[in-house]
Design a protein around this ligand. Structure first.
Ligand SMILES: [Zn+2]
Ligand SMILES: [Zn+2]
Length: 88
């Protein structure tokens, strides 16, 4: 892991923390994304209703009232990608 990349904990990705994490990342010209540990393929953090979706276990959920959309965490070759902050 280089200094241009950092792993984030699940707690960093909930509610207010999620917004804080994204703001912090943006301030350093980085962004929150999903990344495959094996092949380094990256996926943009999913948005719904114009908001970043929140991580809840193996799913990403939309927290906008009346929506409640839920999608699985991106997978690469059958294994789950991990949340990362990296240079955009
Ligand atoms: Zn992969
Ligand atoms: Zn939504």
């Amino acid at each position: 892991m280089s200094d241009k990349e950092m792993q984030v904990s699940e707690a960093d990705l909930k509610g207010v923390n999620l917004k804080e994490t994204q703001t912090k990342a943006q301030e350093s010209d980085m962004k929150l994304m999903f990344k495959c540990d094996d092949c380094s393929k990256t996926y943009d953090w999913p948005l719904c209703c114009g908001e970043s979706m929140e991580l809840e276990g193996d799913n990403l959920v939309c927290t906008v009232e009346g929506c409640g959309k839920s999608i699985p965490v991106p997978e690469c070759d059958g294994h789950k990608c991990k949340p990362f902050i990296a240079k955009s």
